[in-house]
Design a protein around this ligand. Structure first.
Ligand code: ZN
Length: 162
């Protein structure tokens, strides 16, 4: 692998994980702001990102809202990771065109049933196992070469054939 290839690989890794961190930070900001807004309606004043410990457990309304806030924050966090799973590892676009592959009745020939997604720019495909019996199976990402460069390659040797 050449140095330029390594550099692009490092850059796409940094972009992919940096995007996850950015989304997590945004989710934390949203849920922190919601908690801050909720705290405005109860005394005493509570600092940012803190539950009001004089009302939590003692006030039913506040405790219920805090529970809902927790569920919402958890959901946001889940969404962040769920979205990240279905993104291209090279260009961060959403993966498209889910195709069912494999078959239980022809398992030896076609493999186990999986859902296959592809990047619209052909950077790679993602295989997600349909049935996860042995714990959760991490999705398999398979990187493709530049499919367009092969298609639009200069027609070398065209004249030589004749
Ligand atoms: Zn891509």
């Amino acid at each position: 692998m050449s140095w330029a290839d390594k550099q692009t690989q490092i850059r796409s890794h940094a972009m992919y994980w940096g995007y996850l961190l950015l989304k997590l930070a945004a989710a934390a900001l949203v849920s922190g702001s919601l908690l801050w807004f909720m705290n405005l309606f109860w005394l005493p004043r509570t600092p940012f990102l803190h539950l009001n410990r004089y009302q939590f457990i003692f006030d039913l309304g506040y405790t219920t809202l805090a529970g809902l806030w927790f569920l919402l924050s958890y959901g946001l966090c889940y969404l962040v990771f769920w979205d990240q799973r279905y993104r291209c590892r090279t260009c961060l676009r959403r993966l498209l065109m889910p195709v069912e592959t494999g078959s239980w009745s022809h398992m030896l020939r076609l493999g186990r049933p999986q859902m296959e997604y592809i990047c619209p720019f052909g950077h790679g495909t993602l295989n997600i196992e349909e049935l996860q019996i042995t714990g959760s199976v991490p999705p398999g990402w398979k990187e493709h070469g530049d499919i367009w460069s092969e298609l639009f390659a200069a027609p070398a040797g065209k004249d030589e054939d004749r």
